[in-house]
Design a binder for this molecule. Structure first.
Ligand code: GLN
Length: 540
């Protein structure tokens, strides 16, 4: 196994994940099989228990792993299906060492960070690297490891030490270290400052790791004399110093690296030049060029397929509510104006009752005004509550997540969940949804397949006891799980596009393979859905 380690210096938030994914992509474009590992040096077992405000949105994998969102970049850039093991956290490592200690595996020994924790890290990396994640058999050629955080952080020290040992044991031909650093610009003349990078490389070297390449993040490309200075003081050949300056969208980054022959430097270091081909990035060139200035999301993937540039207006759901105490009349009016201007409405996932009243108002507005509505997870549950209240007249209908005492619990806690343990106790990961009919929008968008596998992350579900009343009133549950008791997709056939899904189709959406539900939503929003479905029916 050849390892490419990506570390970060100076500050966090440099875009290490995108840089590491892009490096992986360029190597893949050279014909190599690539896998990836993300190391997060925090004590949480996984990202599932962290706030999206602090840490970014959780990414859910097929196997139910709740992981860092960088794994989403890896899956999408490299077209992989990763496992929960591909995200290593301090919590997981300590847990495994402590379990062994309790079992008596180290009987008689003092259990220490070095060697026990560092050995566990090395073993974990070496075994995870061999898991096939690209649909082929056997291990990949190259494993890209991204070490989260900034070099010098106390948290990452055991990982740095383990990686130093790993680099030594696998040997120089099998290890390439790329350090991502910041080159700030100061003063009116705009001098590019190399000192922060010098310091972080010195820090790295003091810990026994020597970077083979530097990836310099900067607003503008770094100048030749800046490169020379960095080369001299950081002990890295000038040809291995890469410019990763700001670009209009992240899909430019692989091209930027390829244009500087980053792959040649890496392949040379890994002694792979003989077997690698010239990188073919034609698809990505098109993607990057056509979609400059857009943001990356499942919505964007669907828009790309329709050659549309999305304009996404975010509405804080609570701003739609009448009685919100914090609300100014202006914010309330602005939120409603935004909603009324929209060609479609998406209510995404969420937890807790914040904004729920506003989401219900948005769902009601979309249903009554025949505006395309797409509810994801909580967004689907919201549409069920709204329908129960407005159409069935069950005024107090609610989810027991928000009101335990509701007389009409239309969304209920799933029996297998845990109310005492939050970590990894939701219904998580890939589950089968069986279509109940081929005569509905979502089935047709999924090419009338009998079932779909999509990823889940929820604790509550539509109450199966209410289904009869809903269906009679025209709300159809067109996708269910294998038992038939769990509602996965709802549609309102009397509406041009009113779709709720209990799963999260965004996780499996890819830039060149958009999620079918997202695509249907965008087509409906732009009045093209019927034509698309007719063409599909005629096989064109
Ligand atoms: N809070 C809801 C549940 O647990 C929805 C979760 C979500 O939107 N991911 O079922």
């Amino acid at each position: 196994m050849k390892y490419v380690l990506v570390t970060g210096g100076v500050v966090s938030g440099l875009g290490k994940g995108v840089t590491a994914s892009s490096i992986g992509l360029v190597l893949k474009a050279c014909g190599l099989r690539v896998t990836s590992i993300k190391i997060d040096p925090y004590l949480n077992m996984d990202a599932g228990t962290m706030s999206p405000f602090e840490h970014g949105e959780v990414f859910v994998l097929d196997d139910g792993g709740e992981v860092d969102l960088d794994l989403g970049n890896y899956e999408r850039f490299l077209d992989l299906m990763l496992t929960r093991e591909n995200n290593i956290t301090t919590g997981k490592i300590y847990q495994s060492v402590l379990e062994k200690e309790r079992r008596g595996d180290y009987l008689g020994k003092t259990v220490q960070v070095v060697p026990h924790i560092t050995d566990a890290i090395k073993n974990h990396i070496e075994s995870v690297a061999t898991i096939p994640v690209d649909g082929q058999e056997g291990p990949a050629d190259v494993c890209v490891i991204e070490l989260g955080g900034t070099v010098g952080d106390i948290e990452s020290m055991p990982f740095i030490e383990a990686l130093r040992q790993l680099s030594f044991s696998v040997g120089p031909d099998n290890f390439c270290l790329i350090h991502v650093s910041l080159v700030p610009v100061l003063g009116v003349v705009g001098e590019q400052k190399t000192k922060p990078t010098q310091h972080s490389v010195r820090e790295l070297r003091a810990l026994g790791l020597t970077p083979h390449l530097l990836a310099c993040r900067s607003a503008q490309p770094i100048l030749d004399n800046t490169k020379e200075k960095l080369s001299q003081f950081c002990h890295v050949p000038a040809g291995n110093i890469l410019n990763v300056h700001d670009v209009p969208n992240i899909w430019h980054v692989p091209l930027l690296l390829r244009n500087q022959n980053a792959h040649l430097s890496i392949l040379k270091q890994l002694n792979l030049l003989r077997i690698a081909a010239a990188p073919d990035l034609r698809d990505w060139t098109n993607l990057a060029a056509t979609h400059d200035n857009l943001t990356n999301s499942a919505l964007l993937h669907a828009c790309i397929a329709c050659s549309l540039k999305p304009s996404i207006d975010w509405i804080a759901a609570s701003d739609l509510e009448d009685e919100s105490s914090k609300l100014t009349p202006e914010a309330h009016a602005a939120a409603w104006e935004t909603l009324r201007k929209a060609s479609c409405v998406l209510v995404p996932g969420g937890f807790g009752d914040r904004g729920v009243k506003g989401m219900i108002l948005a769902a009601k507005y979309a249903r009554e005004n025949k505006v395309p509505y797409f509810g994801i997870c909580l967004g689907m549950q919201i549409s069920v509550i709204e329908f129960a209240r407005s159409v069935l007249g069950w005024e107090k209908a609610n989810s027991t997540e928000f009101d335990d005492a509701t007389p009409n619990p239309v969304v209920i806690f799933m029996p297998e969940g845990s109310k005492t343990h939050m970590g990894s106790t939701m219904r998580l990961g890939s589950r089968k949804t069986l279509f109940q009919t081929a005569d509905c929008i979502t089935s047709r968008m999924y090419h009338k397949s009998a079932y779909v596998d999509e990823r889940h992350r929820h604790r509550y579900e539509v109450n199966p006891e209410s289904i009869g009343a809903f269906e009679e009133a025209g709300l159809k549950f067109v996708g269910k799980d294998e038992t038939g008791n769990r509602m996965e997709i709802l549609e309102l056939p009397s509406h041009p596009f009113y779709v709720g899904v209990q799963f999260h189709p965004e996780f499996k959406s890819r830039p060149r393979r958009p999620s079918p539900v997202f695509l249907g939503f965008i087509l409906a929003a732009t009045g093209q859905l019927n034509l698309y479905l007719e063409k599909q029916q005629n096989g064109s």
